[in-house]
Design a protein around this ligand. Structure first.
Ligand code: IMP
Ligand code: MG
Length: 217
């Protein structure tokens, strides 16, 4: 290839040429995969634009419902952080008196199936007695985490308790739990991105994708 053509090719596709190829990928497959999404992602279920559009709709609906309620929006760490950050900024007009809090909830560890036992701890000394609580979840799977949290806030004297979840896997429920506000129902596949992780990885991906099974087998 002449020197000028080589220089032009380097300018047009620098990232593709520098990306390492994951084991098992052909060069052709690897280049197209890496150009579109992370090499551990089998399929992009929800692209960035679809998430953004739905989060904006949810934000406007919630803002209208909570316009006079001084809501306490409580996100579950760490999975709901990305969704919550976008959701509260989509609440237009912003509900007066809105506060943000976080709760730590874990039932998975480094596994893809919930243990069923939920450990909860509030981050900070929040008195939610008499407050309108909106719990923000990344995904409702078995439903155990959301139910444990909703019961905890109700018992603590909240005036109302509602759940907004970005995703829901209805087929996987072991307890009754329907989010009051839902981004998207999804099929029974392990998904990551937009805050959701596997073993603390993939949270920063801007889309929701199905993780390749060989990445957690
Ligand atoms: P549940 O208690 O079984 O409903 O599980 C809820 C929590 O499990 C979520 O907040 C996530 O942290 C995690 N989880 C459930 N399904 C997935 C998934 O497909 N990808 C990543 N995390 C998940
Ligand atoms: Mg998680």
């Amino acid at each position: 290839m002449p020197a000028l053509a080589r220089a032009a090719a380097a300018l047009v596709r620098p990232s593709l040429r520098l990306t390492a190829r994951p084991a098992g990928c052909t060069r052709r497959h690897c280049l197209s995969t890496v150009a579109q999404h992370h090499p551990h992602i089998q399929e992009v279920l929800l692209p960035k634009q679809a998430i953004e559009a739905r989060v904006n709709e949810l934000g406007r609906q919630i803002a209208a419902d909570y316009a006079d309620k001084r809501p306490v929006v409580i996100g579950t760490l760490k999975g709901a952080v990305v969704f919550m950050a976008d959701l509260v900024r989509a609440m237009e007009p912003p509900p007066p008196g809105l506060e943000l809090e976080f709760v730590r909830a874990s039932s998975y560890g480094a596994a893809t199936v919930s243990s069923g036992k939920v450990d909860l701890s509030m981050v900070g000394p929040t008195d939610i007695k008499g407050r309108h609580v909106l719990l923000v979840e990344d995904i409702v799977d078995s439903g155990c985490t959301a139910v444990a949290l909703l019961e905890h806030f109700a018992t603590a004297g909240a005036a109302s308790v509602k759940l907004v979840s970005l995703l829901s896997k209805p087929e996987r429920r072991t307890v009754t739990c329907e989010p009051h506000y839902l981004g998207f129902p999804v099929e029974d596949k392990f998904v990551v991105g937009y805050g959701l992780d596997y073993a603390e990885q993939y949270r920063s991906l801007p889309y929701i994708g199905v993780l390749k099974p060989e990445c957690y087998a």
